[in-house]
Design a protein around this ligand. Structure first.
Ligand code: SF4
Length: 181
């Protein structure tokens, strides 16, 4: 019987949550007995090859491409997990939400103390995805089934959540995996 597929992506994130996935260490061998990885930076598959049981989403939505990728994950995955604080709350990238977008761009490309930009232009190549007015947590864009907060969530948390879902058992995470003080 074909194994269920897992897909992962990093939207406006730092890849730290993906590092935490890899931190499951030698349990990755058990994981690949349970699943095949589909679209993911883990295997560098760029497009979905079929229906996925689980999609892990790192990072929130900061630009139009993030939204497109997230909607694509919702379309192709039975279960979506928001992985980490950036996905669930916007995280560090959402610090820009209190500042008008034009001021952010002016500071980054024109007025910042370390900026060298003799042309005096903000990059506007059509290939660059358009920024959204602010950074949105993923549940404000599509329906999310599970949330694993943390920066990043621990490898043990990710492991236990994934195994529970893939073996159709309740996701009963012990207190020490979901406390953040
Ligand atoms: S939650 Fe933390 S580790 Fe994960 S993408 Fe955001 S900043 Fe990086």
């Amino acid at each position: 019987m074909a194994k269920p597929k897992v897909a992962t992506t990093s939207l406006a994130g730092c890849f730290g949550c993906h590092m935490s996935i890899l931190d499951i260490d030698d349990r990755i061998l058990e994981l690949i007995e349970l699943v095949d990885f589909d679209k993911s930076p883990v295997d560098d598959i760029k497009e979905f090859t079929g229906r996925c049981a689980v999609g892990l989403i790192e990072g929130g939505c900061s630009n139009e491409e993030n939204v497109r990728v997230l909607q694509d994950f919702r379309k192709h995955c039975d279960i979506l997990i928001a992985l980490g604080d950036c996905a669930t709350m916007g995280g560090i990238p959402a610090m820009r939400n209190t500042i008008p977008l034009k001021e952010c761009l002016d500071e980054a490309y024109l007025n910042g103390p370390t900026v060298f930009n003799p042309g005096g232009k903000t990059p506007n190549d059509p290939e660059i995805p358009l920024l959204l007015d602010k950074v949105y947590p993923v549940q404000e864009v599509v329906k999310i089934d599970y949330f694993l907060p943390g920066c990043p969530p621990s490898a043990d948390t990710i492991w236990q959540a994934l195994v529970a879902l893939l073996t159709e058992k309740p996701m009963d995470l012990p207190y020490e995996l979901i406390k953040y003080d």
